[in-house]
Design a protein around this ligand. Structure first.
Ligand code: E4P
Length: 215
């Protein structure tokens, strides 16, 4: 399973890359706004750090506007993937982008059928948001499992990025249902490395090492 970082913080991205864990990055307007920096500058810098796909979100509401933004965003770097919202205008833009060879990531998917339509339109990636569904007492991971089965039934090449990940169990569940990618906040990546018994074990081994006579 590929791991993308869901952040626009270049410090976090550099740290994740140093860990050897970052296959790509997803951003959204909220994440970029937290950096306090210009949008294009941030995306350009991220694309210089990560060689894998970097999702940058288009914000137009109409097809022509989305296509124009897709052209602009994809010219920033060859690894930019244009994030397009799951709307009718969005689907039309995805189709136009696919015809031009521009990669897209259809975002804000909350229903497996929305994901199927995105794949049919030619999206390279589809992003079901599990955490936001779970927040409303939904079952985000059921949607992911359904979507994966649908895409596999009809041999769609779109990769499913499980998004809106809140905790390590979402990552476990994503891997168990065979998601192609999880996109996770940096703090979740960090928590995947940790277990209290690992810390306790290291502490005990270090103490015992001190008891070994020095030769
Ligand atoms: C995905 O591409 C989105 O950026 C992200 O996962 C949204 O997650 P949130 O629900 O934590 O905002």
């Amino acid at each position: 399973m590929k791991i993308f970082l869901d952040t626009a913080d270049v410090g976090e991205i550099r740290e994740g890359v140093a860990m050897g864990m970052v296959d790509g990055v997803t951003t959204n307007p909220t994440l970029v706004s937290r950096t306090g920096r210009p949008f294009k500058e941030v995306i350009e810098e991220i694309c210089g750090i990560v060689s894998g796909p970097v999702s940058a979100e288009a914000v137009s509401m109409d097809t022509q506007g989305l296509i124009k933004e897709a052209n602009e965003l994809s010219s920033i770097a060859s690894n930019v993937v244009v994030k397009i919202p799951m709307t009718v205008d969005g689907l039309k833009a995805v189709k136009a982008c696919a015809e031009k060879g521009i990669k897209t990531n259809v975002t804000l998917v909350f229903q497996s059928l929305q994901g199927l339509l995105a794949a049919k339109a030619g999206a390279s990636f589809v992003s079901p948001f599990v955490g936001r569904l779970d927040d409303l007492a939904g079952e985000g991971m059921d949607m992911v499992a359904e979507l994966l089965t649908m895409l596999s039934n009809y041999n769609y090449s779109a990769e499913v990025i499980v998004a809106s990940i809140r905790h390590p169990m979402h990552v476990v569940q994503s891997a168990m249902v065979g998601a192609h990618v999880v996109t996770i906040p940096f703090k979740v990546l960090n928590s995947l490395t940790k277990h209290p018994l690992t810390d306790r074990g290291i502490e005990a081994f270090l103490k015992d090492y001190e008891k070994i006579p020095k030769g």
